[in-house]
Each structure stands twice: as C-alpha cells, then as structure tokens.
Design a protein around this ligand. Structure first.
Ligand SMILES: Nc1ncnc2c1ncn2[C@@H]1O[C@H](COP(=O)(O)OP(=O)(O)O)[C@@H](O)[C@H]1O
Ligand SMILES: [Mg+2]
Length: 258
C-alpha cells in the first residue's frame, strides 16, 4: 500500500494549518510511521520553522512542479531533508511557488502534477502531509487531487465558517472529475472554552458538519508559538502539554481511518 496523503487546507490564513501539519506529522512519526511533510506554501512557514532557509537552497518543491514527468524521481532525493523534526522528513517550499499559476498556463494535466510526482518518491512513506497555502489556486488543486484525506483546521472564532464555501466549491468541482470523492474531516483549532465566541462557533460547527468533525479539539496553547520560535516541535518542549496531547489524539483518530 502506498503512502497516505493528508492535505491540511483552508483558504483562510492563520487558522492553524501549519500548526496542525507539523505536530500531526510529528505525532505520526513518534508512532513509528515514516512521514514526509511537503511545504506547499510560498511563504514557507513550515520550512522556516524547521530552520531551513529557502534562499540558501539549490532546490525546492518548485523544481518538482516545473519538471516534466520523467525526471521527478531524480529530483526528489535532492530536495528532501531527512529527519528534521521528530524524525519527520521535509521538502521545503519557496517564494517561486507563488508563480505557478503563470508557469502552468500551457501545462497539460496541471492539476495532477503533484499526485503523479508522489508516485515516484524515493522512500517508502506511510504518510505525506501537505501544508497548503492560504488561497484557492493551482497549488491547492494539486494538493486536493493528490489527497487521500483533506483535513480542514477551523479556528473556533467569529466568521470561522465564513469563506469555507470557496473550499467546498473547489472540492465539488474536483469531485466531478475524480474517480472517487475527496474524503474530508475538519478539526476545531485555537479553542478557548472560557470564550463565549469559541463555544458558540464550536456548537455551530457541530451542527453544520458534525458528521465530518474529528472528536479532537485543539485548544489554545502557547507552547506552539514557543516551538516555532525555537525551531523545534511542541513534543521537544513538553510532550505532556495540552497541545502535544491533542495532536497525539488527532494522530490516533487519523490512524483509525485506514
Ligand atoms: N492551538 C494554538 N494555540 C496557540 N496558538 C496557535 C494555535 N494554533 C496556531 N497558533 C498560532 O496562530 C498563528 C497562525 O497559525 P498557523 O498554523 O501559522 O496558521 P496557517 O498555517 O493556517 O496560516 C501562529 O502564530 C501560531 O503559532
Ligand atoms: Mg501556514
């Protein structure tokens, strides 16, 4: 069985996509799974978090997108950084990823470049985690086409559900042409049970998408910010912290899906 591809996406910025990708990937890695994180965001936050600086690199994921089918297997080994966070490998993102819309104007089968390139990864991965950019475009389409599961982090805050229609419209359009519909689950993030707005939004999420909601709720935890400042994971700081335990629980839920 090939790697399971988890796309972490929401067209909104600052909702916890990167703060889900890194700890979830780490939690899976800590459970003995071989995990590769792909940073699909041109802002490269996950890459920088791992103390990898795109401007110092010869190659990034952008090279995979630009290359033609036959050479992907030769490019992957040069862009994968092994065991950067909790044993997890990482392929960095970089600013030029934002130019893909233009670069791909003439490209055929442009939505399935990533999916096809993942079939020739150099190692046997159990999970590939895709940290997606905060907008709807060719990168998101590539991530969704490749995904075995779409995980949507939703910030439990005012207007959190607003704008999700854009993501679901894209999902429905793709589902019409894909062999099987894209499976998805949402995870509430940055939940603060003392804040009325949070509990109200959580209730609304349960009513609107209860069937597709993970049981795990990610609470507010300052350890996440500390981890990104120090270039490590929340498990390196405190594996028993609330935030670390909540991503353990999310990883357990993900593992039950297959
Ligand atoms: N559960 C959380 N508790 C506290 N801070 C969080 C949490 N999740 C995310 N953050 C913070 O919120 C900001 C945005 O999160 P991030 O994961 O980068 O969002 P996105 O990738 O969706 O743009 C970051 O500064 C991050 O540290
Ligand atoms: Mg991000």
């Amino acid at each position: 069985m090939g790697a399971k591809i988890l796309a972490i996406a929401n067209q909104k910025g600052g909702v916890g996509k990167t703060t889900t990708s890194l700890p979830l990937g780490s939690a899976l890695s800590r459970r003995g799974k071989k995990v590769l994180l792909l940073d699909l965001d041109p802002h490269a936050c996950a890459t920088l978090h791992a103390k990898i600086y795109p401007e110092d690199l010869g190659a990034s994921l952008y090279d995979i997108f630009l290359a033609q089918e036959g050479v992907w297997s030769g490019i992957w080994p040069g862009i994968i950084h092994p065991a950067v966070l909790q044993g997890m490998d990482l392929a960095p993102g970089s600013i030029p990823l934002s130019e893909l819309e233009v670069d791909f104007r003439e490209r055929s089968a442009k939505g399935s470049v990533l999916a096809r390139s993942l079939q020739v990864l150099p190692a046997r991965y159990d999970f590939v985690v895709l940290d997606c950019p905060p907008h709807v475009g060719i990168l998101l389409v590539n991530a969704l086409v490749a995904a075995d599961l779409l995980i949507i982090p939703i910030q439990t805050d005012f207007l959190a559900l607003h704008g999700l229609k854009l993501l679901f419209d894209t999902l429905h359009t793709l589902n019409k042409v894909l062999p099987s519909p894209i499976r998805y689950r949402a995870v509430p993030t940055m939940y603060d049970k003392r804040a009325k707005a949070c509990t109200r939004v959580l209730d609304l999420m349960r009513r609107k998408m209860g069937h597709a909601l993970f049981n795990t709720i990610i609470g507010v935890d300052t350890h996440f910010r500390e981890a990104s400042a120090l270039g490590c994971t929340i498990y390196d700081i405190d594996a028993q912290s609330r935030g670390a335990l909540s991503y353990d629980s999310l990883a357990e839920e993900v593992l039950t899906l297959w």
